[in-house]
Design a protein around this ligand. Sequence first.
Ligand SMILES: Nc1ncnc2c1ncn2[C@@H]1O[C@H](COP(=O)(O)OP(=O)(O)OP(=O)(O)O)[C@@H](O)[C@H]1O
Length: 246
Amino acid sequence: MDNISLEIPRHSFTVILGANGSGKSTLLSVASGVLKPFSGHVEILGKPLDYYSRRELARTVSVLPQDTSVRFPFKCGDIVRMGRYPYKRRFHLPSTRDREAVERAMSITDTAPLVDRLITHTSGGEKQRVLIARVLAQETPLIMLDEPTSAMDVKWSLRVLAIMKGLCSKGLKTVLVVMHDINTAVQFCTHLVFLKKGRVFASGTVDEVLKPEILEQVYEAPASIYRPPGFVRPQVIFSPDPDTAG
Ligand SMILES: Nc1ncnc2c1ncn2[C@@H]1O[C@H](COP(=O)(O)OP(=O)(O)OP(=O)(O)O)[C@@H](O)[C@H]1O
């Protein structure tokens, strides 16, 4: 990736979209400090990333990576409690605030019934919900999620995105999400970023950038926008390539 210049508005719910290999996960890794950029810099809440200590960064940004394979048989409750590590003081038991944050996160994500279940014994969608609970328990002003709902059913995809949207619209969080499902993304997000070949191709509000000419260049497929009755936001239809559609 090169020449990326991007500002994520505070309290926005921004979704990063683009074709496979366009650089979405890489951008999220650079933005969260997991990867160092070869040149340039990242600022979080007006402060250069390099000025954050690891602990301060972990109290500022919570990240859900794309690869969520958990190889160790931790209990789901312990996984969510890990979200409180940035606040842990040596030789201290979890505080009331720690316990409340974990309980709240597990309640919102309906993962309390899984508290004693081993994470290795959960379904793909349940595991993603547990990891979302960990992110919420971390209580950071910034949340970065890489394909957080890829294994979730429709109900839970919509619910998790609605939770994130609610936190942004209340002014409590800024959320940056990588997703492929453009039609679900536009129902919730305030801003869209389209990447193409490692560069920002378009960035702005849904109305500014959800345009057939942009979509066609990003996805290399004919696109139309329509507004189904009862939907506040538009939807996209991609037409199959007549040569390969059969
Ligand atoms: N560890 C790595 N080493 C070298 N190249 C990598 C590595 N990870 C990713 N890449 C390459 O960097 C480019 C961007 O990858 P990235 O994972 O950011 O894309 P993406 O937009 O998230 O893709 P997808 O939609 O398939 O998840 C791709 O060409 C990919 O092959």
